[in-house]
Design a protein around this ligand. Structure first.
Ligand code: NDP
Ligand code: X2W
Length: 319
């Protein structure tokens, strides 16, 4: 990108759920130019290659196989290759890609800003990692703790096909567990970036609401190092995310209820620690918009970092 020029961005997969939401979030921005392909050429590798060579950043909002193909197209351009931000699962634990959670660790935002290739995180791992990693790093949660992660998502998490099943076909269940083969595609990144040596058990579910997500982790306090109180876990999270704009540690309401849709349309994550000192138990809960901080909001946050467009961050703030 020439100094002083306005960066250009192409969203490969702009007609899909994640792509459309990114386009929506970029409406009204004058600090970048959004490039596009005519609909009849959107899957044409030659047309893609030509456009890739002209832009500064390509955001991949494609199924995994198509994201890998697009990455190969970019690599084939050598010096003219654009930087890539991949929203798919294809490159999230690939050491050649930087993981797109700026709040992951000190220096991660700077690594994203400088990276040629950034892997946008999965929606469930965003919640799980933000809850778990600070506790592992603080030495409170042993890396081999038998972690179980339970989660519920709105159906937009399943892209166009699942949206059609819920909104058009009308034959989708009101609620269902899935991933019960214990091989969900988010497990590698969830384990890796949380810093866990033991593979967690992950039980996702989907409900008959479009958007919104809760990710929860039950903990037995006597199995943690030093038997911390729920308040100590909350303090560890608060200190880890002090000063972060999009991650908020919120005191848990004593009534002990939480619904998943309150952050829809924002790029925020809320983290809470519910607990019973007397019972020696706690439940960590993350609330986020699966299409916000779980996908398109995170992609815009990463794009801003990669292109040095800090001034535009206000567009991502909660109303
Ligand atoms: N939905 C979500 O909450 C999240 C999704 N993601 C990831 O983002 C990616 C996109 O998911 P999502 O938006 O939900 O999926 P959708 O199915 O809603 O959209 C995918 C889009 O990609 C298009 N497409 C497929 N192959 C190609 C190709 N070769 N070239 C150009 N376009 C192509 C599809 O076209 P067509 O319409 O013709 O099928 C469709 O428009 C996936 O990897 C997904 O795992 C990540 C985080 C959250
Ligand atoms: C409800 C639902 O089906 N959700 C999706 C995950 C959505 C998501 O984050 O997918 P990425 O890994 O592509 O980021 C699923 O479990 O496969």
């Amino acid at each position: 990108m020439a100094q002083g020029s306005i960066p250009s961005v192409f969203i490969d997969g702009e007609a899909g759920t994640t792509g459309l939401q990114i386009v929506e979030r970029l409406q009204g921005r004058s600090d970048l130019v959004l490039r596009s392909l005519p609909p009849e050429h959107r899957k044409d590798p030659a047309a893609k290659r030509d456009l890739f060579a002209e832009v500064d950043l390509v955001i991949l909002c494609l199924p995994d196989a198509a994201a890998k193909e697009a990455t190969a197209v970019a690599a084939g351009l050598g010096d003219r290759a654009p930087r890539l931000l991949d929203a798919s699962t294809a490159h999230r634990v690939d050491p050649d890609w930087v993981y797109g959670v700026p709040e992951l660790a000190p220096g991660q935002a700077a690594r994203i800003a400088a990276a040629p290739r950034v892997a946008n995180p999965g929606c469930y791992p965003t919640g799980g990692i933000l809850l778990l990693r600070p506790l592992v790093e603080a030495g409170l949660l042993p890396a081999d703790y038998p972690v179980a992660v339970n989660a519920v998502s709105g159906y937009s998490g399943g892209g166009k096909a699942m949206i059609a099943a819920f909104e058009e076909a009308g034959d989708a269940p009101a609620f269902e567990l899935y991933g019960l083969g214990l091989e969900h595609k988010h497990l590698p990144e969830l384990q890796h970036y949380s810093g866990l040596s033991r593979r967690p058990i992950f039980v996702p579910s989907v409900g008959d609401f479009r958007q919104g997500m809760l990710v929860s982790v039950p903990l037995h306090l006597d199995l943690l190092n030093g038997r911390p109180s729920p308040a100590a876990l909350e303090a560890a999270l608060s200190s880890y995310y002090a000063g972060q704009e999009f991650v908020r540690v919120v005191p848990a309401e004593p009534a002990g209820k939480l619904e998943p849709e309150a952050l829809n349309g924002t790029n925020l994550v809320e983290l809470r620690v519910y607990g019973s000192e007397a019972r020696g138990q706690a439940v960590l809960v993350a609330r986020l918009d699966n299409l916000g901080k779980g996908a398109s909001g995170a992609a815009v946050q990463n794009m801003n970092l990669m292109l040095g467009l800090e001034g535009a961050a206000s567009l991502e703030r909660a109303a």
